[in-house]
Design a protein around this ligand. Structure first.
Ligand SMILES: [Zn+2]
Length: 541
């Protein structure tokens, strides 16, 4: 049986818009004019009047953490309550009152950002959290995911005392007397995560279900998701099983390309030797690239820069891997049918990443490798050129401009800022730039991301535009969330556009983005979302 969708404004991935398409099973049987579409129908087929609404391919969030998002949806939501430290603490208190913590459990929250605090201008400490509870251990993760704070009970449970031993690639915050202040940065956060009881497979599935529902409501039909590192104690097999079981029961309503996070060659080797390689799987759950975390984040000044931070000369940030360690991982993946995607925020980290890719490609040339740079924020002109020459993919998050407009120049200084977040320059050099949210770092609000890509300002328009010549057109922004995402997962022949034979993954929007003023793009709402021809979200009127 076929379904005709007619009377729409349909962006297929190329202009001009068309007005109709036909879905048969999970794919598109026709895309074009209503008259021709109707000729394909027989009497038992159905019709849907799109009433003039805008339709495009379902959105692809090309770098995020689906399980982390589901986990956030099951934890205290600090992001909307981060304008004052007091409000953040109130939010934790309310969550504790409404979600009692079982014995041995922790109160978990995520999403604070002290740059937004109006009552204090510092990070929260254990003393602050002690005002929420001295009985229940508490862990509150900063929005960036590169830093967290625990209360005194938490430190007691962790057994972290005076003058703690500092781990590689991370830091345990201490006061002048060497007493832990409750803060943990980057790799040091593993000490905390390892102590928090992990969910079982059914609880993982509940988190995935919640995340899928929330993603569908934003028009997202595909994600490229880094999930293995959220709970280091849970083997990757269990994460895969959770997804596969949800797929089998028809509950996986987002297509997942897993960005497989491993930190050592033996772990990666074990994964590969069990038959895993990029592209293995189904259209709903596929093994994606090896995912590495190259450095930290700009907000917490842990992104690895080639010079000291302009607003803190004592630091250049943190590199997670030495050049040798990164080379070894990239080389192994490159020679074992694995694509690679590396989180890279600072320019010194980018040097290391480019070096690793160049060595691997020189030793074993491979066409169409689609290795990539995730974030690609702080960059120099020579590096942008090298990204193009090496044929790399770039995974940008234009929504980051909403916050980073406030801090880029302060953090890296005006010189380096001039050639950073230069995603349009990369497009112009022929680099495929896909978009995403890095959720739960930002919420997966696609239309907000599209607005930032086009305006280069904060969402409220009060700061910026930052490098306005780096703005995407509306079409480039839509493509970054559709076509280019499909390109990143080698699936440009099956999704990312509305073309004959492609998957019927599409989204119905409340307005035509080509006709809405740029600063209002984020107000466009998602009316309905379809995955493989099946409606998985409908806006409640
Ligand atoms: Zn990420």
């Amino acid at each position: 049986m076929k379904t005709l969708y007619y009377n729409g404004q349909v962006y297929t991935g190329t202009l001009p818009l068309v007005d109709a398409f036909v879905v048969e099973g999970d794919t598109l049987a026709y895309v074009g004019s209503q008259a021709q579409a109707r000729a394909l129908l027989s009497s038992q087929d159905t019709e849907v009047d799109l009433q003039g609404w805008f339709v495009c391919a379902g959105f692809n969030d090309s770098h995020m953490h689906l399980l982390g998002y589901g986990n956030m949806l099951h934890a205290a939501q600090l992001a909307p309550r981060t304008h004052r430290l007091e409000d953040m603490l109130a939010c934790l208190r309310e969550h504790l009152d409404t979600h009692p913590v079982a014995s041995g459990g922790w109160l978990f929250g995520r999403g604070w950002n002290h740059d937004y605090f109006s009552d204090v201008s510092r990070m929260p400490t254990r003393e602050d959290l002690d005002r929420v509870s001295t009985q229940v251990p508490i862990c509150a993760v900063r929005a960036c995911g590169h830093c967290l704070v625990v209360n005194s009970k938490g430190l007691e449970v962790l057994g972290v005392g005076q003058h703690p031993q500092q781990p590689d690639g991370g830091q345990i915050g201490v006061d002048d007397l060497g007493q832990p202040n409750g803060l943990f940065f980057d790799n040091a956060m593993d000490l905390v995560y390892d102590a928090i009881p992990v969910p079982d497979k059914e609880q993982l599935k509940a988190r995935i279900r919640s995340a899928c529902r929330a993603l569908n409501a934003q028009g997202v039909t595909s994600v490229q998701s880094d999930d293995y590192c959220l709970f280091r104690q849970i083997p990757w097999q269990v994460v895969n099983e959770a997804y596969q079981e949800l797929e089998a029961s028809g509950e996986l309503t987002v297509r997942v390309y897993e960005q497989c996070n491993f930190t050592t060659v033996p772990e990666l080797q074990n994964f590969v030797e069990r038959g895993n390689h990029t592209g293995a799987g189904t259209s709903f759950f596929k093994i994606g690239p090896l995912k590495l975390l190259g450095d930290g984040a700009l907000g917490a000044r842990t992104a690895f820069l080639s010079q000291p931070y302009a607003d803190d000369l004592s630091t250049q940030g943190l590199a997670v891997f030495t050049q040798e360690a990164m080379d070894a991982l990239v080389s192994y993946a490159h020679t074992h049918q694995m694509q690679v995607a590396i989180h890279t925020i600072g320019d010194a980290c980018l040097d290391r990443v480019l070096e690793a890719y160049q060595k691997a490609l020189e030793a074993h040339p491979r066409e169409d490798h689609r290795h990539g740079v995730v974030h690609c924020q702080i960059s120099r002109a020579d590096q942008l050129e090298r990204i193009a020459q090496l044929g790399l993919h770039v995974y940008c998050q234009s929504i980051f401009l909403d916050y980073d407009n406030h801090i880029v120049e302060q953090r890296v200084g005006p010189h380096l800022a001039q050639t950073s977040y230069s995603w349009k320059t990369l497009l112009d050099k022929g680099v495929c730039v896909s978009n995403g949210s890095d959720c739960p770092v930002e919420l997966p609000r696609v239309m907000a991301g599209i607005q930032c890509a086009v305006t280069r300002t904060t969402l409220d328009g009060s700061v910026g535009p930052y490098l306005p010549h780096e703005a995407f057109t509306v079409q480039e922004a839509l493509d970054s969330y559709t076509k280019c995402g499909a390109q990143a997962s080698f699936e440009e022949e099956v999704k990312g556009q509305l073309k004959l034979g492609m998957l019927a993954d599409f989204v119905v929007l409340s307005a035509n983005p080509f006709q809405v003023p740029a600063e209002q793009l984020s107000s466009i709402s998602v009316l309905a979302t379809y995955v493989g021809g099946r409606r998985v979200f409908q806006h409640e009127a």
